[in-house]
Design a protein around this ligand. Structure first.
Ligand code: GRF
Length: 191
C-alpha cells in the first residue's frame, strides 16, 4: 500500500477531499495529516474522517529531525501539501525526490512566491485585469512555488468576481484534479 502524508494548516477542504477520494482505495491511503497550527479546522476534519494527526512547531520542523523521522518511521511514500505555508526543509525535500506535491491557486509562475496565498492571490489576479485564473500542481523544491509543474487547469474570471467568488471556482478545480494527480504520482505513472 502507498502511504500519503498530507501537510495542511488551514481549512482543510483539499485535505478532506483527498482523504475521501482514497477512502475506498486499498492500494493508496492518507495515513496522517501533519499540521503546524493546533487550532486549524483541518485537524477536526482529519479526526472525524479517522485519520491521525501530527502537530509540530517551527523549531521542531527546522531545528530537529522530528518530522523527518516520523515520516520515515511510518514509511510515507508521497507527501502532499494542501494549504501548508512553510517551506519544506531540505532534508525532507532531498529524501522524497518527485514525491512531494503542492497545489497553488493560480497559474504559476505568475502570482506565486512567499506571501502569495489565500485571498491575496485572488485579489492580485483580479486587480491585474486577467481574464483567466486557475490552479497549478507542482513538485516541491526548496523555494516557494518553483518546482516542476505537473498540471494546470484554467477557469474564467467573471466581470463581477471578488476574491471570494473566484476562490470558490478555484476550489472546485482543486478538488477535481488534485486527487487524480496525487494518485498518478503515488502509482509511479507521473513524472
Ligand atoms: C488552496 O486554495 C490551495 O491552493 C492553497 O491553499 C488553499 C487551501 O485550501 N495552497 P483548503 O484549506 O484546502 O480549503
Amino acid at each position: 500500500m502507498k502511504k500519503i502524508a498530507v501537510f495542511a494548516s488551514g481549512t482543510g477542504s483539499n485535505a478532506l477531499n483527498i482523504i475521501n477520494y482514497f477512502g475506498e482505495n486499498d492500494s493508496i491511503k492518507v495515513t496522517v495529516v501533519l499540521c503546524n497550527k493546533p487550532d486549524a479546522p483541518v485537524i477536526e476534519k482529519a479526526k472525524k474522517a479517522g485519520v491521525k494527526t501530527f502537530l509540530f512547531g517551527k523549531e521542531q520542523f527546522y531545528d530537529s529531525d522530528i518530522v523527518y523521522n516520523y515520516l520515515k518511521e511510518i514509511e510515507v511514500d508521497v507527501i502532499v501539501l494542501a494549504g501548508f505555508l512553510w517551506l519544506i526543509p531540505d532534508k525532507i525535500v532531498k529524501a522524497y525526490p518527485f514525491k512531494i506535491l503542492n497545489i497553488h491557486p493560480a497559474i504559476l509562475p505568475s502570482y506565486g512566491g512567499k506571501g502569495m496565498y489565500g485571498s491575496r492571490v485572488h485579489e492580485a489576479v483580479i486587480n491585474s485585469g486577467d481574464k483567466e485564473s486557475g490552479i497549478t500542481i507542482h513538485f516541491v523544491n526548496s523555494n516557494y512555488d518553483e518546482g516542476n509543474i505537473i498540471h494546470q487547469s484554467k477557469c474564467k474570471i467573471e466581470e463581477n468576481d471578488t476574491a471570494e467568488t473566484l476562490a470558490l471556482r478555484i476550489h472546485e478545480l482543486e478538488h477535481r484534479y488534485y486527487p487524480e494527480v496525487i494518485e498518478k504520482v503515488a502509482l509511479g505513472i507521473l513524472p
